[in-house]
Design a protein around this ligand. Structure first.
Ligand code: MG
Ligand code: MG
Length: 635
């Protein structure tokens, strides 16, 4: 199947759009009439520009309010169609999309519409052109692909076919099984879009909230499985109307779009192995088992501060790199996986350039996977950028790709020598300090913060590469605005990444993005089995928690009907509390480090599923007080 995208889906002028679409790997574009009207070149020049970019025009759209018109409007719509046929011939495309009429003048009746299409088919065929008919979910008489198909069937003309659009079908919850009985060669074009599940007016939903397949909540995969059973082998075209995308980078939206189509076709291929789908081979979604390490880039002075923070959190210096200025910090009982933190103070290489741009921050994450090589291979086919840098004689080549904000994601597996990377690359070391073990067992979650426009990018990135799922979006209330938060989790809960999309710079998340010059890890949360034991060890290590307003605890006590004793302990230790139907959640925060990075310590008592979103506003208020206290202006 050929991949295509409607020019309306991305921002920029036509020239910028074409460059971005071609670079992302698409084969075709839908010319959306307004894009073309706004361009100051002739149709012939536009057609040449598209072909010079290595693309073809898969369809010219939309032609509105065609069928069912009474005279004299009927005659005028045919005249209008002939004018558009002229344009199409100059552009060099043979397919026009007619969407179902919304005109109050339009008359109903399948046969009347079919007769109009038969005549249009004759006129199109005279010029070697074709016409596809699409049911808009809000069409006046035709708003269901089953009715549009009936019009096409009765029009009974080889120049007239059906256009399916996953949004129109799925938004109306029309059974996709009805697609299976349509002959594949009568489907002229398939448009794909997903959308978040929002209960709202269909037209408004469609015009503003569509997103790439896999980014939303609609069962686009079921739609595709039904589609391929028809034998359809034509164009798969993304038609995405989305306010964020229109304001986003044409390049990254195009890359996301292409990734979404490849991922979708890959899923279909695995579920329908008897159907041939033309797609490069790639490994199946990768099982990510957890986080092997988190690497911080710092200069020497800041590394010392970071090390002091690690000590306070109960981490011990465990090793020094054999050839680089890199240290390894550990916590966790012997024999268990535990937690590895790495501080990189090299004066060259990736970590250093990351430090120069972002300041002291997380520059890389190491994920434990089944097969590191296969992970890079799948990522590459899905359009991720492999990451390489020169390695020294004693170093291993650790497979890696570029992740959020230009950070690096390394992959470690147990089947190669990567399993021994700590022994091979690090020598045991000690700084003479023995902080009390704080009982931190694993990394519970990594919180990445980004602009809201980028959130869907990373959601698709993680879910298409790894066997992970996304949780429903929640709003985190910052006194200065809303931050949207959604988590990526593996089935066993050993990999959890929360994505936080900031809409403005005055929110703490937005401030963090501005100060750290881009998307990045904003906090890392460690798990403990006993938060109160952890607190006493931390206290012995000199750890100072983020101070939470005492008022918060009166509310928590009332809200959850907690024992006074428990509330008093929470208040004394600055621990935040939450509960859901599955269990309890205890949270403790470090103060902000550097430009807003912080650590969190959590205990999940029972299979609590969330991340304490309801507490975020109190945490944020406390952090803002802390920032102010340090003399940073309150925004
Ligand atoms: Mg459409
Ligand atoms: Mg958290």
């Amino acid at each position: 199947m050929k991949t295509s995208i409607a020019t309306v889906s991305i921002s920029g002028d036509l020239r910028e759009k074409l460059a971005a679409i071609a670079a992302a790997g698409f084969q075709g574009i839908e010319i959306f009439e307004n894009d073309f009207l706004a361009f100051d070149g002739s149709p012939r020049e536009v057609g040449k520009m598209v072909r010079d970019a290595g693309l073809e025009i898969t369809v010219f759209q939309p032609f509105r309010d065609f069928e069912g018109m009474p005279e004299p409007q009927r005659q005028r719509t045919f005249d209008r169609a002939e004018r558009k046929f002229d344009v199409m011939q100059e552009l060099g495309t043979d397919l026009m999309l007619v969407c179902s009429s919304v005109s109050p003048l339009a008359l109903g009746g399948i046969d009347r519409s079919a007769a109009d299409f038969h005549e249009l088919g004759e006129r199109a065929a005279n010029r070697g052109l074709r016409v596809g008919y699409e049911a808009l979910a809000w069409g006046r008489h035709i708003n269901d692909h089953r009715d549009a198909w009936e019009v096409v069937r009765r029009a009974d003309h080889p120049g007239i076919g059906l256009v399916l659009d996953s949004f129109h079908t799925l938004a109306r919850k029309i059974d996709v099984e009805s697609i299976r009985s349509i002959p594949g060669d009568r489907i002229f074009l398939v448009q794909l879009a997903d959308a978040p599940m929002i209960d709202m007016d269909l037209l408004y939903w469609s015009r503003h909230f569509r997103n790439m397949p896999g980014e939303g909540d609609l069962p686009v995969l079921d739609f595709m499985r039904a589609l391929v059973s028809t034998g359809y082998d034509g164009v798969l075209s993304l038609e995405i109307f989305n306010d964020q995308f229109r304001g986003g980078s044409p390049k990254s939206i195009s890359v996301d779009g292409h990734r979404s189509l490849v991922y979708l076709m890959d899923q279909v291929r695995r579920l329908e192995p008897e159907i041939a789908i033309d797609l490069p081979d790639m490994p199946d979604r990768i099982e990510a088992k957890g986080v092997e390490f988190i690497e911080f880039a710092a200069n020497e002075e800041e590394a010392a501060e970071l090390a002091a923070m690690f000590h306070a959190l109960g981490f011990e210096l465990a090793g020094r790199h054999v050839s680089k200025d890199v240290t390894r910090w550990r916590q966790g009982s012997v024999g268990e996986a535990g937690i590895n933190l790495v501080i990189n103070t090299e004066r060259e290489g990736f970590a250093h350039s990351s430090y120069l741009v972002h300041g002291t921050s997380v520059c890389a994450i190491g994920l434990k996977v089944d097969d590191a090589g296969a992970t890079v291979e799948r990522s590459r086919v899905l359009g991720a950028d492999p990451f390489r840098q020169p390695v020294g004689p004693a170093e291993l080549k650790i497979p890696a790709i570029r992740g959020v904000g230009g950070g690096v994601v390394y992959f470690m597996d147990a089947k190669s020598e990567l399993a021994r990377v700590w022994e091979i690359e690090f020598q045991p070391a000690s700084d003479g300090k023995q902080p009390r073990n704080a009982g931190l067992t694993t990394i519970d979650h990594i919180a990445q913060t980004m602009n809201y426009e980028e959130m869907l990018t990373w959601l698709l990135f993680y879910t298409s590469i790894f066997q992970t799922h996304k949780t429903p979006m929640v709003d985190v209330v910052d006194p200065a605005g809303i931050v949207r938060s959604q988590a990526i989790e593996n089935p066993q809960g050993s990999l959890r990444i929360t994505l936080n999309g900031a809409e403005n710079r005055r929110t703490l998340a937005g401030h963090f993005i501005a100060e750290s010059f881009g998307s990045a890890v904003q906090h890392v949360a460690f798990a403990t089995d006993d938060i109160f034991k952890t607190v006493s060890a931390l206290r012995a290590n000199g750890f100072k928690p983020l101070e939470i307003s005492p008022n918060y605890y009166d509310d928590v006590e009332a809200r959850f009907a907690l024992d006074r004793d428990l509330t008093d302990r929470l208040r004394a230790d600055n621990i935040l509390y939450d509960r859901d139907d599955h269990g309890e959640y205890f949270q403790l925060y470090s103060p902000n480090y550097g430009e807003g990075f912080f650590f969190e310590i959590i205990e999940r008592r029972g299979p609590y599923r969330g991340y304490g979103a309801a507490n975020a506003q109190f945490r944020i208020a406390a952090q803002k007080r802390h920032i102010r206290a340090k003399g940073v202006p309150a925004y």
